[in-house]
Design a protein around this ligand. Structure first.
Ligand code: PRT
Ligand code: MG
Length: 213
């Protein structure tokens, strides 16, 4: 019985390493230097697959991976179908915010009932947020570098993730509203949990213990 864990490169991989270690799992290669997409671990029965952050829920939903780690931002856009989400890992933390150019008066625009153009990768979260405020928006779907959109006139505002705030600052943007706090969750394929419980449950317990430390 092999357990496949889906992770994305970068911050999620880095911040998941100590949790894997707590479950006795050490990757034998570093995804930053290896070109392999399937990484062996010190355990014969556990392997890692390296996928795009937005694709983690899809691999787990279809059972191509048994377990994965994904941000709440990503899970909310995916919808979470077929995924058991037992644990908030409290890693890769940031906030989802509305941001505009420093010279844009967001409060007056909203108060005057202006129809705002909002560029974002998080169309679902943005739609829910502005609908709940009763603000009319035209959403423009982007796949990255949202910070550019207000600078070149593509949009009035963006919905993006902010951690240090350095990217907004460097691009003369300001955050004007917080939508949610974001961290990453463990996701588990529901069928895997039933069929491979003897291998998966001890991992979940070890992760939970490491998170609560
Ligand atoms: O980068 P790539 O296009 O391959 O994919 P990705 O951006 O989906 O992956 P990755 O690894 O960058 O992000 C994975 C997860 O980390 C996200 O789904 C979030 O849950 C979480 N996370 C935590 C973040 C950030 N912090 C973060 N700061 N994801 C992205 N950012 C970006 C943000 O979009 C903005 O461009 O960092 C920039 C802002 O950072 P500051 O520090 O300048 O505010
Ligand atoms: Mg990124």
């Amino acid at each position: 019985m092999t357990i496949t864990i889906a992770l994305s490169k970068g911050r999620i991989f880095e911040e998941t390493l100590p949790l894997l270690a707590a479950a006795g799992i050490t990757p034998l290669e570093d995804p930053e230097s290896s070109r392999k997409l399937i990484l062996p671990t010190n355990r014969d029965d556990v392997r890692l697959i390296i996928v795009r952050a937005t694709d983690v829920p899809t691999y787990v939903q279809y059972g191509a991976a048994d377990i994965g780690v994904a941000g709440k931002d990503v899970l909310n856009e995916h919808g979470g179908e077929g995924l058991y989400q037992p644990l908030d890992l409290n890693i890769a933390k940031c906030r989802m915010m509305v941001a505009v150019r420093n010279d844009f008066d967001y409060a007056s625009a909203v108060q005057q009932g202006a129809r705002l153009r909002v560029a974002t990768k998080y169309v679902r979260a943005a739609r829910e947020h502005f609908a709940s405020k009763g603000v009319y928006v035209d959403l423009i779907k982007l796949y990255g570098s949202m910070e550019l959109a207000p600078l070149v006139g593509l949009s009035d505002a963006i919905v993006d993730l902010v951690s240090s705030g350095g990217t907004l600052k460097a691009n003369n943007l300001k955050a004007v509203e917080e939508i949610s706090h974001v961290s990453s969750r463990l996701v588990v394929n529901q069928a895997s949990l039933k069929l491979k419980r003897s291998a998966i449950q001890p991992m979940l317990d070890a992760f939970a213990q490491a998170v609560n430390k």
